[in-house]
Write a new protein. Structure first.
Length: 268
């Protein structure tokens, strides 16, 4: 009598997992709507800020004019869009915890580090694309609105292209920050609350501290430091662009390492 061996199931390769995560991300309606809302709001407010700032330039003091950075002004759109990008990172993982789909996903991909790495690549790609699109379109719209009212910038000027591309890099890391918080907290509301605190609330509270404390806190606060990558004219008491971005990258990398440890140790 002959026996038939049970079929052997091939372990999912990283490319398989990455393809699956990309399919999930682009077919979930919340992904597209979140990015579209972030880009639309960012572009609208960026144009408004650029137009207003350009018309106020003539009334500025000599000190204000000396610190004029038209690239940073047009890049103000990212300050708004970053929230939507971070929320995207949160939702891409917490939606699976909310529906219970995470259990099936980790059954198919038992190597949880591989699963998280694929999520991170997808989030990084989507976040960079959204942030860079917002930054590039805002740059050209902003410079057009400021033209004739204030000095403008061009991509071939020193550090301008780096600052515009830096907006995309900053947005990419914000998306990964949202992913890390989503893995650690597992609930969208909790993760988004912490994200808002890191991006807006805590830096705002730091501004109320005595100057001797406020300056070093804001100088090294990860998101504040990271935003220097999008500036051409360095802010007062600010880190250099790549040093600031390095602090933010290290902070988010640490959270991702904690997320990796958490997803390995905790039940789905």
């Amino acid at each position: 009598m002959t026996t038939t061996a049970a079929p052997r199931h091939r372990t999912a390769r990283y490319t398989d997992v990455l393809r699956s995560e990309w399919t999930k991300a682009r077919t979930v309606p919340s992904t597209g709507w979140t990015l579209l809302a972030g880009v639309a709001i960012g572009l609208s407010l960026g144009a408004l800020i650029s137009g207003f700032a350009g018309r106020q330039y003539a009334d500025g003091t000599p000190a204000v004019r000396a610190m004029w950075d038209p690239t940073s002004v047009s890049g103000a759109s990212l300050v708004i869009a970053q929230l939507a990008i971070g929320v995207l990172g949160v939702l891409i993982i917490t939606s699976e915890y909310a529906t219970g789909a995470i259990r099936g996903a980790l059954t198919v991909v038992p190597r949880r580090g591989r699963f998280l790495a694929a999520k991170a690549v997808v989030v990084a790609g989507l976040a960079f694309g959204a942030a860079e699109t917002t930054a590039m379109v805002s740059f050209f719209i902003g410079q057009a609105l400021m033209s004739g009212h204030a000095p403008t910038a061009a991509l071939d000027q020193p550090d301008v292209l780096r600052a515009v591309v830096g907006c995309g890099l900053y947005g990419m890391v914000i998306g990964l920050l949202g992913l890390a918080l989503g893995v650690l907290l597992r609930h969208a509301a909790a993760a988004i609350t912490v994200l808002v605190a890191l991006l807006y609330v805590l830096p705002g509270l730091a501004a109320a501290l005595p100057t001797s404390i406020e300056r070093p806190v804001l100088k090294f606060w990860p998101t504040q430091a990271g935003q220097q990558i999008a500036n051409v004219v360095p802010g007062l008491h600010a880190l250099s662009p790549w040093a600031g971005f390095g602090i933010m990258f290290a902070f988010v990398a640490t959270l991702l390492a904690a997320a990796h440890f958490s997803i390995q140790r905790r039940d789905a």
